[in-house]
Design a protein around this ligand. Structure first.
Ligand code: B12
Ligand code: SF4
Length: 427
């Protein structure tokens, strides 16, 4: 739910600017906010073109337009070329069918134009105008902000892996990247959060980025996400040498059977070894886990929690499994997701699991976090971090994160009978 305030701000902007086209973006959990915004936009000016891009509409184009009647056009997959062409066609009153990679309604029904080819030469895209961001802190997660002025960058697109829960509808399975030279431009920041799906897909490029970062002016610290299978001693040394502060890995489960089912391509001993390696080089190591996977048994949930707590991790995320649209739902359960009720303000997902109720899953998650944060190792790490960085900000962050998890536990879980039209139910 949006508060009234952003809508008021938006209305004022519309009055001042009088646009012809409004572009919105949304992941699945943000879609309910899009519905609200699009309805207001059309109420204020019925002649506006309302466009939506991002992961949700790319995953389920027709369903998105069916669900939100105020959306005129969905922009699928990569948007840079499409939006330029689209604006030209709208301006000239041309034929929308000629624009690749969009979805819209015609009198004959829903039209899905052929997909647009992926952008391969990413360096050809205009360099972002970072100078237009007056206060980078406004757009940073507080977690990174406490490291100083932070920039978030996505330096590659696509992921070659096939983890079954992961939505790759926007950038696909073909990996492409900005060159190391392009990545290490002139940034007056203290910290870069590399938000790539898998920063180290191309080992040589990752080392090239490290080499250039190490050689460039004042030290910039950075954090990245990568796959467990990418890291070896030499690469981790390079990361350390270049100023890497944290490495985030999707570990997902403490059950080998579930790792195999997710097509992670990892093994439990290998994960442990990699976490140790990262730790040994003095980098902070973060791991994320999923609980409530479709065929997960109570024993496997316990195994995941025990395994997660047995690793020398500095930070942890536990997510409740949500089968996002477009991803295969694993076999063997009656399962449903309410896309229309997931909140955009908290990452609250409600999947119906055969062993657990949504509330039980949230409770397991809360207890897992408590167990992690009550470890002496974690407490020392947090205290150290708080001393190094801004103490108050660190405390606020911890309290904020805990509040979200508690909110998830006490939010009234909807019953399966309340499922809305966008729910996905196993046949
Ligand atoms: C970084 C990141 C985060 C960060 C954001 C930090 C930050 N400061 O931005 C954090 C950690 C907060 C986060 C949280 C979550 N994330 Co996230 N995240 C990402 C990640 C890795 C990069 C996002 C990004 O910046 N991409 C680069 C931009 C340029 O891509 P883009 O937004 O898709 O835009 C392109 C096109 O879609 C298109 N486009 C987009 N909008 C529009 C609009 C118009 C009008 C046009 C023309 C074009 C257009 O043009 C762009 C350029 O081609 C993506 C994966 C990925 N590779 O994109 C996942 C991803 C977006 N996240 C995902 C998920 C699931 C989540 C969470 C739900 C996790 C959780 N369980 O809590 C939350 C939800 C947050 C939310 N409110 O939506 C999923 C979304 C799947 C889905 N169907 O919704 C993704 C795709 C990961 C995945 N593969 O599963 N995330
Ligand atoms: S979970 Fe990570 S490694 Fe797996 S497909 Fe998604 S982005 Fe790639």
């Amino acid at each position: 739910m949006l508060s009234a305030r952003p809508l008021q701000v938006l209305r004022q902007k519309l009055k001042d600017f009088i646009p012809d086209v409004v572009c919105l973006t949304a992941t699945t959990v943000q879609f309910s906010a899009v519905e609200e915004i699009a309805a207001s936009l059309k109420k204020w000016d019925s002649l506006l073109w309302v466009l939506l891009g991002g992961s949700h509409v790319s995953s389920c184009p027709e369903e998105s337009l069916r669900r939100c009647k105020e959306l005129d056009i969905g922009v699928l997959h990569e948007g840079e070329s499409t939006v330029c062409e689209l604006i030209r066609v709208l301006k000239e009153g041309g034929d929308l069918r000629q624009v690749e990679g969009i979805v819209f309604w015609s009198e004959a029904g829903c039209v899905l134009t052929p997909p647009r080819q992926l952008l391969m030469a990413l360096d050809a895209l205009p360099y972002p105008s970072y100078d237009l961001i007056d206060d980078t802190g406004r757009y940073s997660q507080s977690f990174f902000r406490c490291r100083g002025k932070t920039l978030h960058m996505v330096t590659s697109r696509g992921c070659v892996s096939h983890c079954v829960f992961c939505d790759q509808a926007v950038f696909g399975r073909t990996w492409r990247a900005f060159s190391a030279k392009h990545v290490v431009g002139k940034h007056a920041v203290k910290f870069i959060a590399f938000e790539d799906d898998d920063f180290c897909t191309d080992r040589a490029r990752a080392i090239d980025v490290c080499r250039r970062l190490a050689a460039s002016g004042p030290k910039v610290r950075f954090g990245l996400s990568t796959k467990v299978t990418r890291l070896d001693g030499e690469l981790v040394s390079w990361l350390r040498h270049a100023g890497c502060w944290s490495v985030y890995m999707g570990i997902e489960s403490g059950s080998q059977r579930l790792l195999n089912e997710l097509l992670k391509g990892t093994s439990l001993p290998q994960i442990r070894e990699t976490v140790r390696l990262v730790h040994k080089h003095g980098l902070r190591c973060y791991g994320s886990f999923i609980i409530g996977l479709p065929t997960e048994t109570a024993g496997e949930t316990q195994a995941t929690l025990a395994y997660s707590l047995s690793l020398p991790l500095d930070g942890i995320s536990y997510f409740v499994y949500t089968p996002f649209p477009g991803r295969p739902l694993s076999a063997g359960q009656d399962e449903a997701v309410m896309w229309d009720t997931v909140g955009s303000h908290i990452p609250l997902q409600r999947a119906y699991h055969r062993t657990y109720s949504p509330r039980q899953l949230e409770l397991i998650r809360l207890l897992a976090y408590l167990r992690f944060f009550l470890r002496i190792r974690t407490a020392i790490g947090i205290a150290r971090l708080a001393i190094q960085a801004k103490f108050l900000e660190s405390v606020q962050r911890a309290v904020g994160a805990l509040r979200v998890v508690v909110q998830c536990v006490f939010a009234t879980p909807p019953s399966p009978d309340e499922l809305g039209p966008m729910s996905v139910r196993r046949q």
